[in-house]
Design a protein around this ligand. Structure first.
Ligand code: ATP
Ligand code: MG
Length: 428
């Protein structure tokens, strides 16, 4: 039986890679303009890293982790380590920030990443088991300007892609860990009578972390949570103040938003600012970007007391939005020249020409399969080459080569000896 790709994964083929290059280059440029620098972390980490950061009661840790088969050396008495493929980008970056003492550099530390993520989910449109994220993280600033900067970076990225007006920025404050404790009590009191009707996961959450119930995708649980007290009405004065300041900073930058008190976020580590950027044209998986502040996280992972904030942005969902809106992607770079050779003598000459042009940074190709001249022309056309050049025995005798501009079918005879230099001048 033929082996097929695992459920919930996609191959990104050459025919669509141009879209990926386009958004990746755009994201890198925006990050550069905002003075963020790239970090790359391993594809897998200790399972404990995610348990201790993302949180034991989250969907990600409870249901969605890809744990790796453990390898134990024969005879070893050591307990096997447990590793997981990264389900998200923040925890690994925090781990790297601590492990590499990035806190010793001038602060704040402003980082971005482009990473694959893995979650064991029920695959559907916009929800994959292997997907990709853009993300940023900023450490060591609790200034609300930083919250607004992080949000503005995402919005600027969407503006440059021409889709900002089709997206909605929703913000909320989820308060501090202390105020969430008090709020959790209120929430328990509200949910108590419906406890038996909650799904099994939420029954567990009721005891450990009732706020998660608000984020449950189960309809029954959503119904029960409807009308529950809201975190935003239970903030400390400081959190309330921070939220007002965030809004002021966004106003200063001319960024429009709505306050959505139901944003909880799928991860446990958020404090104060939480936000989502939502599209209404990609069906039910509508959140393209989500993020927030995580002031206790670095400390929770045994690092120094360090505030942090960041976001994750789903690249597959982003490309879906661009496609659904009919946004045109730039044409991938065309092949500059396809050399068509006829006969035994011409073939090595074509090899030399193609190689020389490639070393000058010109994209060039030739026939690999000993095709007929007609088939070579057809193939050059399929490759969408800007020019073709033809050499046969006659051209070698007369030290010439025929260059054809494929856009208008005009052709000219050039000197074979100086061809690579002349061609370079023609296309530069
Ligand atoms: P959702 O509520 O849709 O499950 P989430 O809260 O789990 O999203 P985050 O952990 O905040 O998502 O991840 C940031 C972004 O990554 C999401 O907004 C989304 O665009 C993307 N994303 C998350 N999970 C997936 C997935 N399984 N497949 C594709 N993209 C995803
Ligand atoms: Mg999720």
């Amino acid at each position: 039986m033929k082996i097929q790709k695992p459920k919930g994964t996609d191959d990104i083929l050459p025919s669509s890679i141009g879209k990926w290059y386009y958004v990746e280059d755009m994201f890198k440029k925006v990050c550069e303009d905002f003075a963020y620098r790239e970090i790359r972390t391993p594809m897998f980490e200790s399972t404990d890293l995610f348990k201790r950061s993302v949180g034991d009661t989250t969907d990600i840790v409870q249901k969605e982790m890809f744990n790796l088969e453990q390898r134990v050396n024969p005879g070893s008495k050591k307990k096997p380590e447990s590793f997981s493929l990264k389900p998200e980008g923040t925890a690994p970056v925090v781990r790297a920030y601590i492990e590499n003492s990035l806190y010793a550099n001038p602060q704040p530390t402003k980082l971005f990443y482009i990473t694959p993520c893995f979650r064991y989910e029920q695959p559907q449109e916009g929800r994959k088991r292997a997907f990709h994220q853009f993300g940023v993280e900023v450490f060591s600033s609790s200034n609300t300007y930083t919250d607004a900067e992080v949000i503005s970076l995402a919005m600027e990225f969407f503006r440059r892609l021409g889709i900002d007006k089709y997206l909605e920025l929703r913000i909320n404050s989820v308060g501090t860990a202390e105020s969430r404790k008090l709020y959790s009590e209120k929430l328990r009191a509200f949910l108590q009578n419906d406890y038996e009707k909650l799904c099994d996961t939420c029954k567990d959450r009721f005891h450990k972390n009732p706020i998660r119930i608000i984020d449950c995708k189960n309809e029954k649980c959503q119904e029960i949570a409807n009308g529950a007290p809201l975190m935003i009405d239970n903030l400390s004065d400081e959190s309330q103040n921070n939220f007002e300041e965030l809004k002021k900073n966004l106003d200063l930058m001319g960024i429009t938003y709505t306050v959505d008190p139901y944003i909880v976020r799928g991860l446990d580590y958020y404090t104060d600012t939480a936000f989502e950027i939502v599209s209404n044209n990609i069906g039910s998986q509508s959140t393209v970007c989500g993020g927030g502040r995580y002031n206790g996280l670095v400390e929770q992972l045994d690092g120094p007391l360090t505030p942090g904030i960041g976001f994750g942005l789903g690249i597959e969902r982003l490309i879906m939005v661009l496609e659904n809106l009919g946004i045109s992607f730039p044409e991938p770079k065309k092949l500059d020249l396809f050399v068509i050779s006829i006969g035994e003598k011409a073939d090595p000459v074509s090899t030399k020409i193609v190689h020389e042009l490639r070393t000058k940074g010109v994209s060039a190709d030739k026939d690999h399969l000993k095709r007929s001249i007609k088939a070579q022309f057809k193939y050059a056309d399929k490759l969408n080459s800007r020019f073709t050049a033809v050499i046969g025995d006659d051209e070698i005798t007369s030290n010439s080569i025929v260059l054809k501009d494929m856009s208008n079918s005009t052709q000219e005879k050039l000197c074979l000896d100086t061809f690579t230099k002349d061609f370079f001048d023609i296309i530069k």
